[in-house]
Design a protein around this ligand. Sequence first.
Ligand SMILES: [Fe+2]
Ligand SMILES: [Fe+2]
Length: 545
Amino acid sequence: MSLSSENETEKEVVEMLAEEGLNATPDAVAEIASQKDPASVVRRLAASCDAVVVTREDARRATDTNATDNGTGSVANTEQKPSTDPPDRPASVGSDGSEPTKTVSSENESENGEPDSLGSDSSSVTSSSSPSSSSPTEQPSNPTSTPTTRTPSEFDVTNDITGESTCTGEYTDFVGYFRDRFNQLSKTLRSRIQPRSVESAGSGGKDVALVGMVNSVRTTSSDRDNRLVEIEDPTGTIRLLLSDDLVGTAEILVVDEVIGVEGRLSDDGGMVFVDEVHFPEVPPRREPNTASRDVKAVLVSDVHVGSDTFVGERWDIFADWLTRQDDVEYVLVAGDLVEGVGIYPGQDEELTTVDIYEQYRECAERFAQLPDDTEIITITGNHDSVRLAEPQPALDERFREPFGENVSFHGNPSVVTVEGVDVLMYHGMSLNPFAESLPHVEIEEPQTAMVEMLRKRHLAPMYGDVRLAPETRDYLVIDQVPDVLHTGHTHTVGAEKYRNVVTVNTGAWQSQTPYQKAMNIQPDVGYAGVLDLSTLELDMKQFAP
Ligand SMILES: [Fe+2]
Ligand SMILES: [Fe+2]
């Protein structure tokens, strides 16, 4: 095969991979192109590979599997499970998924205490009435029920900054931090569009592909329907002109995110007339991990013990309900365990407990109401006693003493793998800036921002709007696509399944604060997401007297 025909085949392989929503390293592309039937290898990868970027190893495995399949028919663990799910997005959506997603609305408790229906575009996100909300008198333990035994397995926690922080806030730290972000995210884009560097882009009307970090987005002075975007890579900056149907895409760009573009260079090479924008994205046909047994996790957040608006009575009902659920073996708490002290001016007037140690002691008592044979897995939030800059480390040892052995403490964000299911836990401080920056994102529907996090493959791209610590690695990049993205912070409930990733914000255990009243924010109070780990079905329950 001549060099030119090899290149041609590789180009075809890249196109086939892109059609399947897959990225691949150059050596993986070469590996696939060298096979007798590259198309079948690509199909097999699409069916079996959930890697963010297909590596040469993945390609070889798919090739080997191909041979095995032809020879013996034995292809355990690599076959795609028959999918009964409807497509998450309309067929007309391109591979960059640039159309707005349908959202699941969440509503507050109705006047009679029953939860309103939580609509869904996915059969895996449902709502149901709390068993206690309509009949509080049945809450004391059912005398006919027998004590339950839960046997939670070991779980893994990764992407946790705790004990790993090295940054001092020097200028060089920031350079390294943003370079790592660029490198991680450009990897996911590179094989899809084969970009050049800005420095070597050339000029004179040539077609070009680039990957860069967004520096600015503004309207042009000559035509307000166009958007001028500046991007930067390690070799330089360049302006992009987005017009016509790309203006909507420009409106969902945020500063410091990494994108890929394809278009035509201006004659002087100083601008690209963009034809297509690529986000790092979630592969469209990714098969999620599920537990191999019937077991559930309960997802909550923003407990805010110590506040005079903490809803202890609802927590009592939740704890009593949980005691009777023998298939729930894990409780995940996405930060703001306590109200904290000195978080905002005048906060001490809204505290029932003004001592931070005492707040954590009371929180430990609240957690002790939950069955002690459940694993309670927590991360930190902005009300907890850790640094504000993200990634935040786990709660310091000195606050952990009152908690039971079944409670563990981790950084924000962390990837918690329970029963094989990857749950990316992030408190959610970027959700407000997302809502302020993007026209289709509302804080009452936090899942709309969470979908953007997945598409941008970053939890908090906008430096400055979110306090970020310049670690050597950017822990907020969504390096591996999770099965579940769990957040809190907004105190509003929202859930949506996006490309087989369950996104859920689980509200709060704090009723409306004076600040929220002044801002006209209606919190969703007393909710827990019950996640079936064997199916990833999510059931939002509300607990109320
Ligand atoms: Fe909170
Ligand atoms: Fe918060």
